[in-house]
Design a protein around this ligand. Structure first.
Ligand code: FAD
Length: 406
């Protein structure tokens, strides 16, 4: 028997589960298919290597759909200051300057995902299929049919691809991407420090690339070290004690004493953007639509804005009696998000390329830029608000407004 759904979301990661939560309680019948069950959380576990700096807009979305408590009751690290510097220029942003208690929150990706997935059983209109494997995707140009490994066949008016950068759905429906490799890898290192970390994240620019530090709870932190692929391979192969010694030599001493390295992983840096986000009966969200340089930690933040925008447009279309899978409806979503995401990706590229080199005029310019950012209050406040996800055209959920009457 074929089962009919209004919306089938492929991928129940942070962004896919957010799409489902945002549609929770609506009249739309939704299925979420996730291949892997995330491990349950216990406070005894060491921090995961995959962590993200969530913006205030992301927190608003999670809070409005009832998932933020699932984050705060597990583990998270709020921060209110962000320091950016290089050889000569230096600036520190502080949320007090714009009267916000925090600039953002460092959260393990799995915790954000678990907090969102926890909400799904509370909604009658959502079915979570996890773990579940899709054996076939048939898209006929209007709607989709998915054959699952257990023999179930789902028919979707709207197929939402939230299945990450290598999106199988995107490929199955024939939506193309523009992509390039930055020729660098990000080495993520989980460390224990002698002192508890404070409420500050920092990013330093050196000619080999950026170096970043994200505070975690307790005496722990997460380092992101951008290097050439060869250098990352070399560093990753070192015994942890030797890696610690290299880290201490290369990083500024504001980390305090680094007691030990507890884990390491690396990620190739890639920029990728889908040429279109939508087709009749299909929409892309999150990394399936865009992969952005993690420099300023915006990937999942813009993905959560996609989720909130798509849900807002679908609920509005349904309430006005429109076909939610119609191309004209989906194009409203694309219009709301694609340019905003492109602007953010371009800004990250400008930072990345102008800071990661030693060309003298660029060096002078960026020092001037950091100096101005330090002195000119409106520019500082605007930059801070952009990092907090509070600039540009925001979906309702990101402003803390509910989609449905309560
Ligand atoms: C080093 C590094 C640091 C980063 N730091 C930050 C940061 O500080 N802040 C930030 O905002 N972003 C950051 N990012 C980016 C962020 O991790 C991604 O943008 C985010 O994970 C994307 O979420 P997603 O749900 O779209 O995709 P994914 O996290 O890739 O999730 C996709 C989900 O789909 C599932 N799936 C895939 N295929 C199928 C299938 N066929 N069937 C069923 N399920 C499927 C997967 O199991 C997975 O659960 C960073 C990235 C890197 C590499």
């Amino acid at each position: 028997m074929k089962e009919q759904f209004d919306v089938v979301v492929v991928g129940g990661g942070m962004v896919g589960s957010a799409v489902a939560c945002c549609l929770g309680g609506s009249e739309l019948k939704v299925a979420v298919i996730e291949a892997q069950v995330p491990e349950a959380f216990s406070s005894e576990q060491p921090h995961d290597l995959r962590v993200s700096a969530l913006s205030i807009a992301s927190k608003n979305i999670l809070e409005t759909v009832g998932a933020w408590e699932g984050v705060t009751s597990r583990r998270y690290c709020p921060f209110k200051r962000m320091r950016v510097w290089e050889t000569a220029g230096d600036t520190t942003f502080n949320s007090d300057d714009i009267r916000y208690p925090e600039l953002g929150y460092i959260v393990e990706n799995r915790i954000t995902q678990l907090a969102l997935l926890d909400r799904l059983p509370g909604f009658d209109n959502i079915e979570l299929l996890m773990p579940q494997t899709i054996t076939k995707i048939n898209y006929d140009g209007h709607a989709s049919e998915l054959v699952l490994a257990d023999g179930r066949v789902l028919q979707a008016k709207l197929l939402v691809a939230a299945d990450g950068g290598q999106s199988r759905v995107r490929q199955a429906v024939g939506l193309g991407v523009t992509s390039w490799d930055y020729g660098q890898h990000a080495l993520v290192i989980y460390i224990e420090t002698a002192y508890p970390q404070q409420d500050i994240t920092w990013q330093r620019f050196v000619s080999s690339g950026p170096q970043a530090f994200l505070p975690l709870t307790g005496n722990y932190g997460s380092i992101v070290w951008y290097q050439s692929p060869d250098e990352v391979r070399r560093l990753q192969a070192l015994p942890y004690e030797q890696l610690r010694a290299e880290l201490v030599a290369a990083f500024p001493d504001c980390l305090g004493e680094v007691k030990q390295v507890l884990g390491v992983a690396s990620f190739p840096l890639k920029r990728q953007h889908a040429q279109r986000y939508v087709k009749q009966g299909v929409a892309l969200v999150g990394d399936a639509a865009h992969m952005i340089n993690p420099l300023a930690g915006q990937g999942v933040n813009i993905g959560l804005l996609d989720a909130a925008a798509l849900a807002e447009i679908l609920v509005d279309a349904y309430q006005r009696g429109k076909d939610i899978a119609d191309l004209a409806v989906l194009q409203r979503y694309e219009a709301m998000r694609r340019n905003e995401n492109l602007k953010m990706m371009t800004l990250m590229d400008v930072f990345y390329r102008s800071f990661s080199n030693d060309i003298l005029p660029l060096k002078l310019l960026r020092n001037l830029g950091l100096g101005l950012a330090q002195r000119i209050t409106p520019a500082r406040n605007k930059a801070m608000k952009a990092a907090m996800g509070l600039e540009g055209r925001l979906p309702k959920l990101a402003r803390g407004e509910h989609l449905l009457a309560r």
